[in-house]
Write a protein that binds this ligand. Structure first.
Ligand code: HEM
Length: 360
């Protein structure tokens, strides 16, 4: 173990002819811009194999992405101004102080991925804050259509748990959600961009009777279907009715959060929401930029090393933007007043129900 670590640290720093670009060749022959990043390759291999089931965009990837957010959003300058501890942002406190933070109501179900990631943090020489963001970026790279996310290394260990009530709830109003994000440093457009994450997502606990119910019809592909399908008229509850934070969805087997339904229809966010429909490059660029910011929330970036080139290049998008079979433009609840909803084809065939995301 110690030997392995030493070997991976024994990276060769090479200065290019121009003398400007430093390239490091790590012990296993892989290269990266900075020798300090070599420690990440063994972690990358380990999590791809043993956390993400051989490089899938499945449940653990979805949960790991959710965890990047729940850890990072524990950051409130407003609380600090009141003389209270405002949280350390993307500092790994959700793992370091799991006993305090996982029981917070908004963190429902997050204990699964915290439990799954904790042994990896213990096994490798990496802080919990770095690990959470690294696992999120690596996981997203398994999803076709995703951008290659930035990753910076070097977050110190968290010293204190995040305070409660900083993670938004699906039953919060748009005003409350936007205010919470503003406090943490994010604009309404950045909130919409971050919610692209719900294109590779499912809910286990909004309706406990139907675990693994996805937010769009393609939960293993990073596409714009989430932004299309959340704009369609809600007609059913995929499981039971009356769950807190749930709105009616347009498709069997698909669940819609009240917060997503409201953000898609609110005048402050509707046009940005619609702008991602069938615009993969904007979707990728905006999500990448917003995630880069989220991943260093509360951190001093001058002390971090850019290890983005360790993150694998995601596979290209599979499929193209469409209305699900049986639905079309007439089902769109137009909310953006400035521009019409894009014209899209309807998937051929009979109306389908979306299958759940399987547990691994
Ligand atoms: C308004 C803000 C947000 C609210 C209210 C919200 C709420 C939720 C809820 C209730 C779930 C379902 C949890 C469950 O029942 O298992 C969920 C899942 C998820 N969220 Fe969010 N979320 C928000 C923003 C974000 C952001 C910013 C990210 C990442 C950048 C994110 C990533 C995810 C992912 C990937 C899942 C799926 C987890 C899985 O499939 O296991 N969410 N979210």
């Amino acid at each position: 173990m110690a030997f392995k670590l030493l070997v991976s640290l024994l990276a060769l720093a090479v200065v290019s002819n121009a003398g400007t670009i430093r390239k490091a060749t790590c012990a296993d022959g892989r290269t990266t811009a900075n020798a300090a990043c070599c420690v990440l390759f063994p972690i990358l291999d380990d999590i791809q194999e043993n956390l993400f089931d051989g490089g899938e965009c499945g449940e653990e990837v979805h949960e790991s992405l959710r965890l990047t957010f729940h850890d990072a959003i524990g950051f409130s300058p407003a609380l600090t101004k009141q003389g209270k501890f405002g949280g350390g942002g993307a500092d790994g406190s959700l793992i370091t102080f799991a006993a305090i933070e996982t029981p917070f109501h908004a963190n429902g179900g997050i204990d699964d991925i915290v439990d799954a990631q904790t042994p990896f943090v213990a096994k490798h020489n990496i802080s919990a804050g770095d690990f959470i963001q690294f696992a999120g970026a690596v996981g997203v790279s398994n999803c076709p259509g995703a951008p290659r996310l930035q990753f910076l290394l070097g977050r110190p260990d968290a010293k204190q748990a995040s305070p409660d009530l900083l993670v938004p709830e699906p039953f919060d109003s748009v005003t409350k959600i936007l205010a919470r994000f503003k406090d943490a440093g994010f604009s309404p457009n950045e909130v919409v961009a971050l919610l692209a994450s719900h294109t590779i997502a499912a809910a286990d606990h909004v309706d406990e009777t139907i675990p693994g119910t996805p937010f769009d019809s393609t939960p293993n592909i990073f596409d714009s279907q989430f932004f299309i399908e959340t704009q369609l008229k809600g007609t059913l509850f995929p499981g039971t009715a009356g769950n807190q934070g749930e709105a009616q969805s347009p498709l069997g087997g698909e669940i819609r959060l009240q917060s997503d339904a409201d953000l898609a229809r609110d005048s402050r966010t509707a046009c940005e929401w619609q702008s991602f429909v069938n615009n993969q490059s904007k979707l990728q660029n905006a999500f990448k930029a917003a995630m880069a910011k989220l991943a260093v929330t509360g951190q001093d970036t001058r002390k971090l090393v850019d290890c983005s080139d360790v993150i694998p290049v995601p596979p290209p998008l599979a499929g193209s933007a469409h209305f699900p079979a049986g639905l079309n433009r007439r089902d769109v609840e137009q909310a953006c007043r400035a521009t019409p909803f894009p014209t899209l084809p309807t998937d051929p065939g009979p109306v389908t129900s979306v299958p759940p995301v399987p547990p691994s």
